[in-house]
Design a binder for this molecule. Structure first.
Ligand code: PMT
Length: 344
C-alpha cells in the first residue's frame, strides 16, 4: 500500500500564526512540561495520527500479541519564523533509527517509526543515500526498465522483508519535523501505548533539540536584515520530557534513551547521569566518531555492556544494530517478566 497520508510535517501551520496573547514560556518552574503544552498549539494533523496509532496498537494487542516498540529517529528542528524559511536543526541522518527498526521487525516486534520527515526509512534506506539516485539501480533492456542484475539479489532480500512487514501490518510510519510536533506526537503515542502495558518499548534514537523559540516570540514572517548587522536569537530550554514519559505518560513501558557525546572520557558519566535524572531502564551511549562500530549499554546498576564490531564483522559490513537490538530485547524480556511478577 502506498503511503496515503494527507499532510506534510515540513509545512508549517499557517493558520496558527503568532498569538501575542500567549505569555512567554517561563524559565525553570516545577511543571515546565505542562506549561509547555498549555502554551504551544498541537499540530493540526494530530487527530489523524491518533486514529492511525490507536488502530495499530489495538490490532497488535488484540490480534497478533506482538510487542510494540516506538522507535524515534532523525533530528528535530526549531523554526525561527512561523512561515518558516530559517530553522535550527539537530544532527541525525536517521540511520540508527531506520536500521534498528528493521531488526526489531525481524525479531517479531511491531514498530511505530516516529521519524523526521524525509530522513532515512526502514528498507528504503538501502537505496536512498547510497548512490546519486535510485535510478542508478535500474537498467534499460528491450525498451523496458529492469533492476540492474548487479543489485538484484540483495534487493530481493530487502524487498521480501519489506513486503512481509507490509503484509503483517507491523510497521507504522509517523513523521515529525519540528520539536513541537515531536513532543506532541511522542506524548500522544505514549498515552495510546499504555494499552500494551509492559509489552511497550520506547527506543529513543532521535536527536531532540535542547533549545527552542517559544511561539509567543516567533515572528510570523521571514526575519529581515537587522540594522545592527547581527541577528540575536534568544532561545528557551526545552523541558526535560523524558522524566514525564517515565513517570506518567508510559509508566509500564521499558524506556531506552541514547546519549551522544564526542568526548569519550565523559560518555559513561553522562549515561549514568541520564539514568539517575530520568529513572528509566537503559541508556545506549555512543560517540559521534565511532557510533557505527561501538556502543555501550548502561543500566541503573551502572553495569556497562560494550558492543563492538570486530574486524571481520566490519569487513563483512555487519550492521551494529543487528547486535544492539537482540541485547535490548533481552532487557525488555526481563522487564516484562519482572513487571508481570510484581503485578500478579
Ligand atoms: O541517525 P544517525 O545519523 O545514525 O545518528 C544516530 C544518533 C547519533 C543521533 C543516535 O544514535 C543518538 O545518539 N541519538 C540521541 C542523540 C542525543 O544527543 O540525544 P539528546 O541528548 O538530545 O537526548 C537524550 C535522549 O533523550 C535521546 O534518546 C533523545 O531521543 C531523548 N529525548 C531528549 C529530549 C526530549 N525532549 N525528548 C527525548 O526523547
Amino acid at each position: 500500500m502506498p503511503n496515503t497520508k494527507n499532510y506534510h510535517t515540513s509545512q508549517p501551520d499557517y493558520e496558527t500564526a503568532i498569538d501575542r496573547n500567549v505569555p512567554d514560556f517561563p524559565v525553570a518552574e516545577v511543571l515546565d512540561e505542562d506549561k509547555y503544552f498549555q502554551n504551544h498549539e498541537p499540530p493540526s494533523y494530530l487527530p489523524e495520527i491518533e486514529a492511525q496509532i490507536d488502530k495499530f496498537v489495538d490490532f497488535h494487542c488484540q490480534q497478533t500479541q506482538k510487542k510494540v516498540v516506538l522507535v524515534t529517529s532523525g533530528g528535530t528542528t526549531v523554526p525561527l519564523e512561523n512561515n518558516t524559511v530559517r530553522f535550527i536543526d539537530n544532527f541525525s541522518a536517521g540511520t540508527r533509527g531506520a536500521t534498528s527498526a528493521e531488526y526489531f521487525l525481524e525479531n517479531g516486534y511491531a514498530v511505530i517509526f516516529l521519524h523526521r520527515e524525509f530522513s532515512l526509512l526502514p528498507y528504503s534506506r538501502h537505496y536512498s543515500h547510497t548512490t546519486n539516485c535510485f535510478l542508478d539501480y535500474m537498467v534499460e533492456k528491450d525498451n523496458k526498465v529492469e533492476i540492474n542484475p548487479e543489485f538484484a539479489d540483495s534487493m530481493l532480500v530487502v524487498l521480501r522483508k519489506y513486503m512481509a512487514a507490509q503484509k503483517a501490518n507491523s510497521l507504522l510510519l509517523v513523521p515529525f519535523t519540528t520539536v513541537n510536533q515531536y513532543l506532541y506526537t511522542l506524548r500522544l503515542a505514549s498515552q495510546l501505548l499504555q494499552k500494551a502495558q509492559s509489552d511497550a518499548l520506547f527506543y529513543l534514537a532521535a536527536a531532540v533539540s535542547d533549545f527552542f523559540l517559544p511561539s509567543s516570540r516567533m515572528p510570523n514572517h521571514k526575519i529581515q536584515a537587522q540594522p545592527s548587522g547581527k541577528l540575536v536569537v534568544d532561545l528557551e530550554q526545552v523541558p526535560k520530557f523524558l522524566r514525564r514519559l517515565v513517570d506518567s505518560w508510559a509508566p509500564q513501558a521499558m524506556i531506552v534513551s541514547f546519549k551522544l557525546e564526542t568526548d569519550s572520557s565523559i560518555l559513561i558519566k553522562k549515561s549514568v547521569q541520564a539514568l539517575n535524572r530520568y529513572h528509566h531502564q537503559l541508556v545506549i551511549g555512543n560517540l559521534l566518531q565511532t557510533r557505527k562500530n561501538e556502543v555501550v549499554l548502561v543500566t541503573p546498576d551502572e553495569a556497562q555492556n560494550w558492543i563492538r564490531l570486530d574486524d571481520t564483522q566490519k569487513h563483512q559490513n555487519v550492521e551494529i544494530e543487528s547486535l544492539i537490538i537482540p541485547a535490548v530485547i533481552q532487557e525488555h524480556e526481563n522487564w516484562v517478566k519482572n513487571w508481570t511478577a510484581k503485578n500478579k
